[in-house]
Design a protein around this ligand. Structure first.
Ligand SMILES: Nc1ncnc2c1ncn2[C@@H]1O[C@H](COP(=O)(O)OP(=O)(O)OP(=O)(O)O)[C@@H](O)[C@H]1O
Ligand SMILES: [Mg+2]
Length: 349
């Protein structure tokens, strides 16, 4: 069935990271979704890790951007240039997507028209076939859930640009809720906090480092400290401060409130039988935000439902697309169950 394709790729195209699975090889690429262009020549300077390293350090003629915002492609040209760069890096040649079949993730709640636009862009770039799959479905598969069973599962994917809550049953999404907040909005909140509290300007990378090293969703963990450097807003000179984890807890708290509200709203929309299943099965947590210290315990305390963190939260979505590559029959859509958006109970904020 797959002989017609030279290559089979599953791509988790995320706001923060792009992870690519190649059939027969496994995960072949895991890099930040960032591109750097020379504004004077229009030339691509770097993408992925190399481009990310330039953030906050580039001269004025270099523009560094994330081509996706809140999980959706904000700039189609830059996104396809970035994907082309990544595929070339994997293949070692520039034939890009020719003769390949691609499974690519999209946030849940987007319309079929938006899905088609993404599929058509990929086919236009040379792929033989492209299929858009909703992220929580792929994440759940990659984390090992048996999706075809008539049992409800709740997946919470905390990514860089979105948090997606989805109740899945019989291989489809029954209810979902997406909020346009995630790891990147926490980073921005940390930058704002440090500016307000200490008159100190810090960069995005420093804010992310603070979140990863001393960020917490729990009040009961041991206090940790981190020394960071930024630019004093009054005299413009570099200055160091020491931050403690309890400060970062207060910054993260507001985001956690919205997240828990989204879980409650999804459970309210969900038929009672499935809500009962979720109480029994627990919540599956994935995406990079699942690594925030104490987040599982906090969600359990606020919702009363057990929480399990996926084994590899940052790559389970790509692993799930990889599993789809092996089961998909070329004429039907995989596991996404072609319902029109109005048939789904989906809410977006
Ligand atoms: N240890 C950690 N603690 C807290 N946050 C983390 C940790 N590790 C990674 N993250 C955050 O996870 C986010 C990236 O997660 P992920 O790769 O799942 O997002 P994405 O799939 O690119 O985004 P989206 O699904 O929203 O489009 C980043 O904001 C990153 O800072
Ligand atoms: Mg994601």
């Amino acid at each position: 069935m797959f002989k017609q394709f030279d290559k089979l790729y599953g791509i988790d195209l995320g706001t923060s990271n792009t992870v690519i699975f190649e059939k027969g090889k496994g995960i072949v690429l895991n890099e930040p979704s960032v591109v750097a262009f020379n504004l004077q020549t229009g030339e691509l300077l770097a993408a992925g890790t190399e481009a990310q390293a330039m953030i906050g350090r580039a001269p004025a003629h270099v523009e560094i951007t994330y081509p996706l915002i809140n999980g959706v492609i904000a700039n189609f040209d830059k996104t396809s240039i970035m994907l082309k760069y990544f595929i070339k890096k994997i293949q070692g040649r520039s034939s890009f997507l020719r003769s390949s079949q691609i499974y690519i993730t999209v946030p849940c709640g987007i319309t079929n028209v938006q899905k088609r636009a993404i599929e058509e862009t990929i086919v236009h770039k040379g792929a033989k076939k492209a299929i858009a799959v909703e992220e929580p479905l792929a994440a759940a598969l990659g984390a090992g859930l048996m999706l075809e069973e008539p049992i409800g599962h709740l997946v919470l994917d905390i990514g860089g640009g979105t948090c997606q809550v989805a109740v899945l049953s019989l291989g489809g999404i029954v209810a979902s809720h997406t909020i346009n907040q995630g790891g990147l909005s926490i980073d921005r909140d940390i930058m704002d906090y440090v500016k307000r509290q200490y008159n100190l300007e810090i960069g995005e990378r420093t804010a992310e480092q603070i979140k990863m090293e001393i960020g917490t969703a729990s009040t009961s963990t041991e206090e940790r400290t981190l020394d960071i450097r930024g630019r004093d807003l009054v005299d413009g000179l570099p200055r160091s401060i020491r931050l403690v984890s309890s400060e970062i807890y207060t910054v993260v708290n507001e985001f956690l409130g919205s997240l828990i509200e989204a879980i409650r709203a999804t459970l309210e929309l969900c038929p009672p039988e499935l809500a009962g299943d979720v109480m029994e099965q627990g919540i599956l947590l994935c995406g990079g935000g699942a690594l925030l210290e104490g987040i599982d315990e906090r969600i359990r305390a606020e919702t009363g439902v057990a929480v399990h963190i996926a084994d590899q939260p940052l790559i389970c979505t790509a692993l799930g697309t990889g599993q789809m590559l092996g089961v998909y029959k070329s004429k039907s859509r995989p596991l996404t169950h072609e319902r029109e958006p109005e048939e789904k109970i989906a809410v977006s904020q």
